[in-house]
Design a binder for this molecule. Structure first.
Ligand code: SF4
Length: 322
């Protein structure tokens, strides 16, 4: 009996120690300078604005279109924002179907055509005219539904609730609106909507804006993409391989143990650790030995231990030969 309780307390002690190690390592990792990575990230586009309403509208557009390769979608979004003039929020508030045709006629980016973007901008303009901000619209949905999944569904649905006939007349039918502004949300991680929320809610910290003060950062869900999912598995934050809402919840719950107030603060650093190639698809002895996460990374520790064993046994063999 005593030996059983001793085993339980040793296991609890080990868990605590490994959580302390993970916390110390992630806090150091997230504090490393990363300004140069902003140029490779869609957040660079809303960072060109200072007024909160312009940040909201440019942020919603940029996050919603942030799929595929950043070097392909960023110029598309930048060109749209450039044509909208100095204030994207004013542009959205005054948008008519005719002006939408002038901006978006012939626009196409992968799944999305001009009519899809016109719905998003018209919806954003309507929300700002009626409620004063996109924050007010989201806060209303969050207090109505209580949980993030339903609140994001309601937020996207409200943005989509615009007169469709005049948009269709000027720009043709929508094509990828369900991809641009999914509603209702399915089992997927809704990465781009959660990314938009991260930008608006947490910070300010040189990446995220922190302009939505009524939503606590503790409510956020990690904007799960393939990079974050892969590195989270290496770190033992999840074993799940799918990019679903459930996986995002599991990773966020693990990060909440590291920082209960702001669990999503690690997202930008982890994502760019993968995007930059510092943690590639197939990590190697070279990448892992240079990695600041290697002491708490399960994969990195395995790779480095194997390399050490290999070096030790080769030098023993070499020693026997001489
Ligand atoms: S230690 Fe290796 S596997 Fe782990 S995060 Fe770093 S590069 Fe990736």
């Amino acid at each position: 009996m005593r030996s059983e309780s001793l085993a339980v307390s040793i296991a609890a002690h080990r868990r605590r120690r490994s959580l302390d190690d993970l916390r110390a390592c992630l806090l150091e990792f997230v504090a490393m300078p990363r300004e140069e990575r902003i140029a490779f990230d869609p957040v660079e586009l809303p960072r060109r604005y200072t007024h909160p309403r312009d940040i909201e509208v440019s942020g919603l557009l940029s996050a919603s279109m942030a799929y595929g390769r950043a070097d392909l979608f960023k110029p598309k979004i930048a060109a749209l924002l450039g044509a909208m003039g100095p204030s994207p929020a004013e542009f959205a508030c005054e948008l008519t179907p005719l002006r939408a045709r002038a901006l978006l006629g012939g626009f196409i980016y992968r799944f999305n055509v001009g009519a899809d973007i016109a719905v998003l901008l018209t919806g954003a303009g309507k929300a700002i005219r009626e409620r004063g901000s996109l924050e007010a619209l989201f806060a209303e949905q969050l207090s109505r539904h209580g949980d993030l999944h339903a609140a994001l569904s309601g937020f996207a649905a409200a943005l989509r609730r615009v007169p469709m006939a005049p948009i269709r007349r000027e720009l043709g039918p929508v094509r990828g609106l369900d991809h641009l502004l999914p509603s209702p949300l399915g089992p997927g991680a809704a990465k781009r909507l959660n990314l938009f929320l991260r930008w608006m809610v947490r910070g300010p910290d040189g990446v995220d804006f922190g302009i939505w003060r009524t939503i606590p950062a503790s409510k956020l869900l990690v904007p799960l993409d393939t990079h974050v999912g892969r590195i989270a598995r290496h770190l033992g934050l999840t074993r799940r391989k799918d990019l679903t809402w459930r996986t995002a919840e599991e990773i966020t719950a693990a990060l909440r143990q590291v920082d209960p107030i702001d669990p999503v603060r690690f997202d930008f650093a982890l994502c760019h650790h993968g995007m930059s190639g510092a943690c590639p698809l197939r990590p190697s002895r070279q990448t892992c030995s240079a990695c600041p996460l290697n002491e708490v990374c399960l994969t990195g520790r395995r790779i480095l231990a194997r390399a050490r064993n290999w070096t030790t046994s080769s030098s023993r063999v070499a020693g026997r030969k001489t």
